[in-house]
Design a protein around this ligand. Structure first.
Ligand SMILES: Nc1ncnc2c1ncn2[C@@H]1O[C@H](COP(=O)(O)OP(=O)(O)O)[C@@H](O)[C@H]1O
Ligand SMILES: [Mg+2]
Length: 329
């Protein structure tokens, strides 16, 4: 895998300015994604995964606002682009797949017209060539009888079909970066695994990088090289899939692994829920956001955010317990 960095997010902070106050949705996250790398972003609902992705994609809506940090895509400072420059990048070099396909499909245009429009917006090709590429792409995403489907409207298709069309739309310009936000959550298991296989195949073929947001650890194991675990708007742990699954360091990651079914789990293996409720983002405390739910919390955890401790294989954790251990070494 080439080691060249494609996406570099540094100290990204995003807030929503609501009538009841500032909601700190993303508190300052940093990571980088190399060419051809698939990174999984996991964490419970409300931890800031989508807001982070929308910010990178440049589609964060009011009252959301990026209040700090930088996002570089190749050498381009994404946050400094104007609307037109962003649109040029979107759909072309960076694409996104949403949980709900209707968010990116237009109900009043046929599937074919939408695919052709995306292509011709970004590439200088004739209508005929675009038509052929669209048919081929539908074929690639496993849609039978693509010429017929080209003439249909999104509402005429089943949920699984629509999801495939959206994936075709996202991939037709062969983006360098794909952001997939829970792309298969709404689908039944068989279609889910077909679509994952397809994404993996296309990823390998084009050496595409993927930011894969999911709460399904089985999907992470299947799809990703590295994982970022988010909690309360922060990345609390980052590492390769092996380290996160077999050598987790943060108490939240441990809890997350115990609370979710694994592919290799026995049928009757008990899942252990994480006690307590997610934090209130309106009034975040200064320390580690997980402290109120952590069994190993200390006084210092409540008062200041833990420094990042870097272990072997770039396994990074933000936890005072780990920091203390490194001091003792
Ligand atoms: N439109 C909005 N207005 C106010 N707060 C929002 C809005 N959208 C998201 N948030 C806040 O951002 C947090 C993160 O949301 P999100 O990124 O959607 O979480 P998830 O990890 O489930 O994708 C939420 O907990 C919520 O507090
Ligand atoms: Mg989300």
């Amino acid at each position: 895998m080439p080691e060249q960095v494609l996406l570099e997010v540094h100290d990204l902070r995003v807030s929503f300015f609501t009538p009841v106050g500032e909601v700190k949705a993303v508190g300052g996250i940093s990571y980088s994604l190399k060419n051809g790398e698939v990174i999984g972003i996991v964490g419970e609902s409300g931890s800031g995964k989508s807001v982070e992705a929308y910010s990178v994609m440049g589609i964060l809506e009011s009252p959301g606002k990026i209040i700090g940090g930088t996002v570089y895509f190749e050498d381009c400072d994404i946050l400094a682009l104007n609307k037109k420059e962003r649109e040029k990048l979107r759909g072309n070099k960076i694409s996104m797949i949403f949980q709900n396909p209707m968010e990116s499909l237009n109900p009043v245009y046929t599937v074919g017209n939408q695919l052709i429009a995306v292509l011709r917006e970004h590439k200088t090709i004739s209508k005929n060539v675009a038509y052929q590429r669209a048919v081929d792409m539908l074929n690639n995403v496993g849609i039978t009888n693509p010429a017929q489907r080209m003439k249909q409207y999104p509402h005429e298709l089943s949920g699984g079909m629509r999801q495939r069309v959206m994936i075709a739309m996202a991939l037709i310009c062969e983006p360098k970066l794909l952001i997939a936000d829970e792309p298969t959550t709404a689908l039944d298991v068989t279609i889910q695994s077909q679509i994952l296989e397809l994404m993996k195949a296309l990823q390998k073929k084009n050496a595409m990088s993927i930011l894969f947001i999911t709460h399904n650890l089985g999907v992470v194991a299947e799809m990703c090289d590295t994982v970022s675990v988010m909690y309360g708007g922060f990345i609390v742990e980052q590492g390769n899939v092996e380290d996160i699954f077999y050598r987790p360091l943060h108490p939240y990651t441990l809890g997350l692994l115990r609370s979710m079914p694994r592919i290799d789990a026995e049928e009757n293996e008990k899942l252990i829920p994480i006690e307590g409720t997610p934090i209130n983002m309106l009034d975040p405390r200064p320390g580690c956001p997980f402290t109120p739910r952590c069994n190993e919390g200390m006084k210092i955890c409540m008062n200041s955010f833990p420094p990042h401790t870097v272990q072997e294989n770039n396994h990074v954790v933000a936890c005072w317990l780990e920091y203390r251990k490194t001091l003792q070494k």
